[in-house]
Design a protein around this ligand. Structure first.
Ligand code: AMP
Ligand code: MG
Length: 408
C-alpha cells in the first residue's frame, strides 16, 4: 500500500455529516401546469376526482344486460353511445346499446361485448360467447379514487407526471423555486474553450460537467467563469457568489499545499471543513457555509470532480431543493477481467456493464487515472470496490452501480 489511509473519512460519514448540516429548502410558488415541468412538487397531491370519472366502455362493442341474453336469442340495437355523447334513451328488455370506447355505459349495463364476438344482421345482434359480468367495463375510480394520494412532495415533474396531473384537472401546482448555484473553476492554467492555449495551459472542462449536472437537477446556474489562483480575485468571486446564490460549487484548489490561500480565504469568509475522503477518485473535498450560501469545493481532477458531484453534491442539492433522491440500484456482476485496486479507499472505477451468457459482466474502461476523462464517457456504470478490497481477479463478483440521471 505504501501510504497511510487511516485518516481518510469514509464516504458514508461525509455524506451523513453533510446532510445533517444542510437545513432549509427553497421556497415554494404556484405555477400553471405547463410551466411546472422539471420543477419539484412542494406538497403532496391528492386527486380532486375519480379517474375514470364514470363507468365506461373499454371496447367498441355492445352494452348488454345478462338477463336479456339468458335465452340465447339475438338482441335488437336500441341506440348508440359515443365517447362524450352518452346514450340517454329508453332501454327496453331484449335490446342492447351499441357503445364505443370511452363512452359512459348506460345504467343497468352488466357487460360490454366486443364487436368481434358478435354477428350483426341489420340491427339484430347475435352474441357468440356468453359475457362475463363486468367485462370490458372500466369502473369509476378504478385508476384513481377521489382523495387518493397520487404524487408525493419531492417528486420532480417529468413528461410522465404532466398527463397524470392534467387527467385530474389540475391547472396549477405548488412547486419549489429553483436553487441558484454559482460555479467557478480555479487555476492559472485554465483557459475557456474557444481561446488558444499557451504552453502549460489546459482547457477548463469541469465547468461544463458541473453545469450539465446542475441543469439535470433543475438548478439555476450562475457561472462565474475561471478565477485565477489569486487571493484578491478569489475573494471577490466568493463574495459575489455568497451575495447572489444559494450555493457555490468550485472545482480545483482544495488539495493540500497548492491551495493554501483558498483554504485561508474560505476559513476567513465562512465555516468550511476540508476533508480527505476515503474514495478514489476524489480524495480532496470541502464543504461548509459562507455567510449566505452553502459551499461545495470539488477536486480539480475532472473525473474526481464529476464523481464527487454525483456521489456527494447530488444528494446535498436534492435536500436543498426538496427533491426526493434515491441512489441508483447497485447490482452484482462478474469481473470479466482483472481489476487493479489497492486497499485503503472505496473505488468508483468506470466500467462497462454487459449482459453475458451467465449474467451481468463488467469490464474496466482502461486507465482509471482521475485525469483520464474519456474513461467516464465510455463507461455505463461505476464498479464499486470496497475500501479494504485489493486486486480483483477475473471471475470474482463485484458491485456495480449503473449511471443514474446525472450522468446519462
Ligand atoms: P487542483 O485540485 O487545483 O490541484 O487541480 C488538480 C488537477 O486538475 C490539475 O492537474 C489541474 O490542472 C486540473 N484541473 C483543475 N481544474 C480543472 C478544470 N476546471 N478543468 C480541467 N482540469 C482541471
Ligand atoms: Mg489548481
Amino acid at each position: 500500500m505504501g501510504f497511510d489511509t487511516s485518516g481518510l473519512l469514509p464516504l458514508s460519514d461525509a455524506l451523513q455529516g453533510m446532510l445533517a448540516q444542510l437545513d432549509g429548502c427553497c421556497d415554494s410558488e404556484q405555477l400553471p401546469l405547463p410551466q411546472a415541468l422539471g420543477r419539484v412538487l412542494a406538497a403532496d397531491i391528492a386527486s380532486p376526482l375519480s379517474v375514470p370519472p364514470f363507468d365506461n366502455s373499454a371496447m367498441d362493442g355492445y352494452a348488454v344486460r345478462l338477463a336479456d341474453l339468458s335465452n340465447g336469442a339475438p338482441l335488437i340495437m336500441v341506440g348508440k353511445a359515443f365517447a362524450g355523447q352518452p346514450y340517454q334513451g329508453e332501454w327496453p328488455a331484449g335490446h342492447c346499446v351499441r357503445i364505443m370506447t370511452g363512452a359512459p355505459v348506460p345504467a343497468g349495463t352488466d357487460a360490454v361485448v366486443m364487436q368481434e364476438e358478435t354477428q350483426t344482421d341489420g340491427d339484430r345482434i347475435t352474441f357468440l360467447t356468453p359475457p362475463v359480468p363486468g367485462q370490458n367495463i372500466r369502473r369509476r375510480g378504478e385508476d384513481i379514487r377521489e382523495g387518493a394520494s397520487v404524487l408525493a412532495a419531492g417528486t420532480r415533474l417529468t413528461a410522465r407526471e404532466m398527463p397524470l396531473l392534467a387527467s385530474l384537472g389540475i391547472a396549477t401546482v405548488s412547486v419549489r423555486r429553483p436553487l441558484t448555484v454559482a460555479i467557478f473553476s480555479t487555476g492559472d492554467e485554465l483557459k475557456p474553450v474557444g481561446s488558444p492555449l499557451a504552453h502549460g495551459d489546459i482547457y477548463d472542462s469541469n465547468r461544463y460537467g458541473v453545469r450539465a449536472m446542475l441543469d439535470r437537477m433543475g438548478c439555476d446556474c450562475l457561472d462565474l467563469g475561471i478565477i485565477p489562483d489569486d487571493p484578491a480575485q478569489l475573494r471577490a468571486a466568493f463574495q459575489k457568489a455568497d451575495r447572489e446564490a444559494d450555493a457555490l460549487i468550485t472545482t480545483g484548489g482544495v488539495s493540500v499545499g497548492e491551495a493554501d490561500f483558498t483554504k485561508q480565504l474560505l476559513e476567513e469568509l465562512g465555516e468550511i471543513g476540508f476533508w480527505k475522503l476515503a474514495i478514489k477518485p476524489g480524495k480532496p473535498f470541502a464543504f461548509g457555509r459562507l455567510p449566505h450560501a452553502w459551499f461545495f469545493g470539488l477536486p480539480g481532477n475532472p473525473v474526481s470532480a464529476m464523481v464527487t458531484f454525483d456521489q456527494l453534491v447530488q444528494p446535498a442539492l436534492a435536500k436543498l431543493t426538496g427533491q426526493r433522491f434515491e441512489r441508483p440500484l447497485q447490482l452484482q456482476a462478474i469481473a470479466a477481467e482483472p481489476l487493479k485496486k489497492a486497499p485503503g479507499r472505496l473505488d468508483f472505477q468506470r466500467g462497462i456493464l454487459t449482459q453475458g451468457p451467465n449474467g451481468l459482466e463488467v469490464r474496466s474502461t482502461g486507465s482509471q487515472d482521475s485525469a483520464v476523462f474519456n474513461s467516464l464517457s465510455r463507461a455505463n456504470c461505476y464498479i464499486v470496490l470496497e475500501r479494504e478490497r485489493g486486486r480483483v481477479a477475473t471471475g470474482e463478483t463485484v458491485t456495480v452501480e449503473p449511471f443514474g440521471g446525472l450522468l446519462l
